[in-house]
Design a protein. Structure first.
Length: 215
């Protein structure tokens, strides 16, 4: 499967514009994109990173990492996903970087999602849905999520996000209206962000393979 991830990551390089600042996500597939980006680093002005993990990898390749507050809108954001449905709605946050990923996705003109074939699903929800929460609100949010979704929230113990928050993973879902569920969960006090990318879904999905498939 790592070969499929590599092929997807390298295909995404075709969307990088010369002289641009590139939004970069997080995860194992994105790591291949970062490695490919390093080969054309002289053609770009830098990157905005969604996680400390990606920042370390980018800087290790000599790519300047910039703050989103200083760059303004971005032409391109490249990130992976834990699940992708036929409408290009996503579940993200397996790496606990969902809030920063969502912020950068909102700031970009084109969101390219890179996945291996196993991430394609007909209905989102088999992968537990991550929700980033303020620590003091963990139990409150969990109770609200049970009522709201019918799923079972589980605290991802031992994980603290780059923002200093905690993550609840909701198990047992079949998400047939991702945009509506995203809106509803975002209204719960104590929720920072939910790992549904439906309001701002992917514009392009690249599925790794020989050759890669562009959706």
């Amino acid at each position: 499967m790592s070969e499929a991830k590599r092929l997807a990551g390298e295909k995404a390089i075709e969307y990088v514009e010369d002289g641009s600042i590139v939004g970069v996500g997080t995860g194992s597939t994105v790591a291949f994109f970062i490695d490919a980006l390093a080969r054309i680093r002289h053609r770009i002005a830098g990157a905005v990173s969604s996680s400390e993990q990606s920042t370390v990898r980018l800087r290790g390749h000599g790519i300047e990492v910039l703050e989103l507050n200083d760059t303004g809108p971005l032409p391109l954001y490249v990130d992976g996903a834990d699940e992708c449905d036929p409408a290009k709605c996503l579940i993200k946050g397996g790496g606990a970087a969902l809030t920063r990923e969502k912020i950068i996705a909102q700031a970009c003109a084109k969101f390219v999602c890179i996945i291996d074939p196993a991430k394609r699903v007909d209905v989102l929800g088999k992968f537990p849905l991550p929700v980033e929460v303020i620590p003091m609100a963990r139990s409150l949010v969990a109770r609200e999520l049970v009522q709201l979704t019918g799923g079972q929230p589980v605290w991802r113990q031992g994980v603290t996000t780059d923002n200093g928050n905690w993550v609840l993973d909701i198990h047992g879902l079949q998400i047939r209206d991702p945009a509506a569920m995203e809106t509803a969960i975002n209204q719960v006090p104590g929720v920072v962000s939910v790992g549904l990318f439906a309001q701002r879904r992917a514009d392009i999905v690249i599925v790794g393979g020989e050759p890669p498939q562009v959706l």
